[in-house]
Design a protein around this ligand. Structure first.
Ligand code: ARG
Ligand code: ZN
Length: 890
């Protein structure tokens, strides 16, 4: 029989802790095969608690209790009792000192939460609830304590690190040594970190705005020492940016980053000691793609920014996760925009949001950015909490304007420094500082689902008025059937035949944020509102939701001509891109209609009007090359699927492919010109400009490869062989692997073998090799993936390997994963069942594609559901997997 269902935790049940922990003194004694943790806590009844508590319940999981003493008295059976993942001590006084000694086994900890071993080092991951796997503790973010940590280990682990400042180190006899770290800032246990290993490091320093010198160190395995410079440069940029843009200075004498190969997530912001997945730190041109470089810059900044948005001001409880994550994603996204191109960054963020987050918001795991309940909090490190959370902060920033937003964040940091607070506190600080009423806006925190805007318009030629009527609605989600209207900022303009028109909105002053009066932000607060513009001399085309000013789906019946005008003339770069995507969607929809009737796309062609519009983009020298690349990239299968009511896997795949082939043929000359004018011998640079031209050139290559001419295939193979950077090498390899042309297939086999031979000792490069194969759109990819599971390069315990192979296949290869016979689903279920006990967080994350079963045709629905049911029937389901499977089947 299955164990009783794990219990649900509700926000409404929040209570302040009974006890507080003033100081935490840890002694972590690492031996081969086991670690002894002695933990001394100075406890005190919480004056804010409703009743004076007389017992104390601490959380603990997978711990062996060696001894327990209270104020020096050894506790015995009867003084305490064990619960499920907890320990309750009876008859506890007002204040006392508790010493627990526990034994743990980091070597066999495969969950990668708590203290575990990764390759040759020991490291920790405590967020959200991993600290309880190290010792018994009040493992909740509103219990903040001053930590002192002594790490003792064999000298074969020369580097011993923890949070804060090193205060002492020395010999511990028998080839052992120790280090004592003290963190002067009170923090919750989730920000605790410890590392012991044989690590090399690079060092730099940073002088803060008030003139303090901070030592910066990045620790890696010695073999990776040549891949740290980009992370270090990114860190220094981030530190300066946070001073300039938010007035936030770093607060310790040292800031450390450690790179770890086995890591469930991207990285972790532990105070003064960030721990990173190697994939988010290491970068060099020969091994890392442009996307990889940008990811390192973004994640390094993200974790650094948490020092204020997360650590100095932290979360009261885990329902408030978006308080730190949404805000910090917004901060890192603005940072990246300032380091590179603002419009390009916006396009990338919106693309991610509209595919993955919108899909999440429409599925069984939909939740507001501040969830009301959860079974396993690890399941709520989601696109919604992170990405939609960031969009909500972005809307606030835009509604308040630059100056007031800064006043608001200053007040927030000032008012709540050293506290554990709520999203409500954040919004209140912004409202107080700006004088704006944000009460309706707060619904963004409590209502899930993607709002939909339906826009209609009317032009009155005689009166020269133009009215826009906007209706908002939001589909029901598991937590809420009927939504109240949101407060939605809609940035917009009106286009005449010659471009932007001046705006005279009835009943309002011109928008002084823009000097030329061609741009404004409409604030939609009702279910339906009409905005009337005066002195409009021609029927305009509305440019709506500029910069994607709100995370909503907008419907307005644009004609092809309207879209072409927007694509070429809109003053907002984002809107131009968006118009290109809408045009692409129109073409793909036409192809899909044909495919669904005929099950064939022979003779499919594009209108001359459309081809000309794309050609003008390719020939427009005034455009950022990265924007040209993105405008020429059709909406992804994932985005088309998100928009569809019922996902027709084959129709989407073959129609998109047909449109791509038609564009390739029609624009072959332009693609050839772009490809051939690129100088492949230029030295690599990860600058925005260099990345832009490289990406456009590789988009051109991808199109040319669809033509199947020998010249292009040979050029592609040359690029694979002689590329002086991983971006070009991978771009070429991806094209060879995905091409149906026999010559390309021949090259691809040789290239894959060559690639592995060349890079087998670089784990992160091997991951790319796995992904490119798992992503192959041609038939038989599943057998290839199965074979790769047995390959010496694969490691079923390493999350990066799992993501690169299984994740890439199930999330990035719809045509194969969703193959009609259901073998992709059974394959994924097998993997999840195997991972369920080994690493519940990863198992649960892998489930995502199966949770979307309701969007597919009847046959696929049954096949997907059957696999979910098979997983649900497994004995000993982890809370993580249980929650996602049961909600998906509910
Ligand atoms: N706070 C980390 C970040 O920077 C992520 C931690 C994720 N932990 C987890 N258990 N899911 O976003
Ligand atoms: Zn974060």
């Amino acid at each position: 029989m299955n164990a009783p269902a794990p219990k649900t935790i509700y926000l409404k049940d929040y209570q302040v802790p009974d006890y507080l922990i003033d100081t935490t003194d840890l002694n972590v004694d690492i031996h081969d095969g086991y670690t002894l943790v002695s933990c001394m806590l100075a406890l005190r009844r919480n004056p804010a608690a409703k009743q004076a508590a007389t017992e104390l319940t601490l959380q603990g999981a997978d711990l062996e209790l060696v001894s327990l003493s209270l104020d020096g008295r050894l506790l015995e059976e009867g003084d305490y009792t064990f619960g499920e993942e907890s320990l309750t001590i009876f008859n506890t006084p007002e204040t006392f000192t508790l010493i627990t000694i526990t034994k743990i086994k980091p070597e066999s900890n495969t969950s990668l939460e708590g203290l575990y071993r990764s390759r040759t080092m020991y490291c920790t991951q405590c967020e959200a609830e991993g600290f309880r796997k190290i010792t018994y503790y009040l493992d909740r973010p509103d219990v903040m304590s001053e930590f002192t940590t002594k790490v003792i280990a064999d000298k074969k682990y020369p580097v011993l690190l923890s949070n804060g400042n090193l205060i002492e180190q020395g010999d511990a006899g028998e080839e052992r040594h120790y280090a004592i770290w003290h963190d002067p800032f009170k923090k919750p246990a989730y920000l605790f970190a410890l590392v012991a290993g044989d690590l090399a490091h690079i060092e730099d320093s940073f002088s803060t705005s008030s003139g303090r010198a901070v030592t910066l160190r990045i620790f890696v395995e010695p073999k990776d020492l040549d891949k740290c410079d980009h992370a270090m440069a990114s860190l220094k940029h981030a530190m300066r940016w946070d001073e300039e843009v938010y007035g936030r200075e770093y607060d310790l004498d040292i800031f450390m980053i450690v790179a770890v190969d086995d890591f469930n997530m991207g990285a972790m912001e532990n105070k003064g000691l960030n721990i990173f997945n190697t994939s988010c730190v290491l970068a060099k041109p020969e091994t890392t793609t442009d996307v990889g470089f940008q990811r390192v810059e973004g994640v390094v900044a993200h974790e650094y920014f948490h020092n204020w948005s997360g650590n100095r001001v932290t979360c009261r409880d885990w329902f408030q996760l978006s308080l730190k994550e949404g805000f910090t994603v917004y901060r890192d996204s603005e940072f990246s925009a300032d380091m590179g191109s603002r419009t390009v960054k916006r396009v990338e963020d919106v693309t991610l949001l509209r595919t993955l987050q919108f899909a999440e918001d429409a599925g069984p795991m939909a939740h507001p950015i501040r969830p009301e309940s959860y079974i396993e909090i690890s399941n709520f490190y989601t696109m919604t909490v992170y990405e939609k959370g960031a969009e909500v902060i972005r809307m606030l920033a835009n509604l308040l304007g630059k100056e007031n937003f800064r006043k608001g964040t200053d007040l927030y940091f000032d008012r709540h420094d050293g506290q554990a607070v709520t999203t409500e506190d954040f919004v209140t600080a912004l409202a107080d500082a700006s004088g704006r009423d944000l009460s309706q806006f707060k619904r963004w925190y409590s209502q899930a689902g993607t709002p939909r805007l339906d826009v209609t318009d009317y032009y009155d030629e005689d009166a020269q008025t133009y009215s826009l009527t906007i209706k908002q609605s939001c589909p029901p989600t598991p937590e809420c059937q009927n939504k109240l209207p949101f407060h939605i900022p809609i940035a917009m303009g009106l286009l005449g035949s010659a471009g932007d028109l001046p705006l005279y909105l009835q009943g309002s002053q011109p928008d002084f944020e823009t000097s030329d009066n061609t741009h404004r932000v409409l604030e939609l607060t009702d279910a339906e509102q009409t905005f009337v513009f005066e002195r409009v001399q021609e029927k305009p085309v509305p440019s709506l939701l500029r910069g994607f000013s709100a995370p909503v789906k907008l419907n307005y019946a644009y004609s092809t001509r309207d879209l072409i005008l927007l694509m070429s003339r809109d003053s907002d770069g984002f809107s131009r891109w968006e118009a290109s995507q809408q045009l692409g969607l129109q073409a793909i929809s036409a192809a899909m209609a044909a495919y669904q009737q005929e099950r064939s796309l022979d003779g499919f062609s594009l209108s001359a009007q459309l081809v000309d519009a794309y050609r003008r983009v390719l020939q427009d020298a005034s455009l950022d090359q990265a924007m040209v690349a993105y405008m020429l990239t059709l909406p992804s299968e994932a985005y088309i699927s998100e928009l569809a009511d019922v996902i027709d896997v084959e129709a989407i795949h073959y129609s998109r492919q047909a449109v791509r082939k038609a564009l390739a043929n029609a624009l072959a000359d332009d693609f050839t010109r772009i490809y051939q004018s690129y100088d492949h011998r230029q030295p690599y640079a990860a600058t925005a400009d260099a990345i832009a031209t490289r990406s456009l050139k590789n988009v051109a290559l991808a199109y040319l490869m669809l033509i199947h001419d020998e010249g292009s295939i040979r050029a592609c193979e040359q690029q694979y062989r002689h590329g002086n950077n991983m971006t070009d090498v991978m771009a070429a390899l991806t094209q060879l692997v995905n091409s149906e042309a026999p010559l390309a297939q021949e090259y691809s086999l040789a290239a894959l073998a060559d690639f592995f031979g060349r890079w087998q000792h670089e784990s992160l490069v091997v991951n790319q090799w796995l992904s490119v194969q798992a992503g192959c759109q041609l038939p038989d990819t599943l057998s290839r993936v199965r074979a790769l599971l047995q390959h010496s390069a694969y490691d079923g315990k390493n999350p990066n390997k799992i993501r690169s192979l299984i994740g890439a296949f199930c999330n990035g290869n719809a045509i194969n994963f969703h193959s009609g016979n259901g073998e992709g689903y059974a394959f994924l279920a097998d993997q999840i069942i195997q991972l369920n006990r080994q690493n519940p967080q990863i198992a649960s994350r892998l489930l995502t594609p199966l949770t979307k079963w309701k969007k597919y045709d009847h046959v696929r629905q049954q096949l997907m559901k059957a696999q979910l049911e098979r997983i649900r029937a497994e004995p000993e389901l982890s809370k993580d997997v249980f929650e996602v499977v049961s909600k998906s089947l509910a």
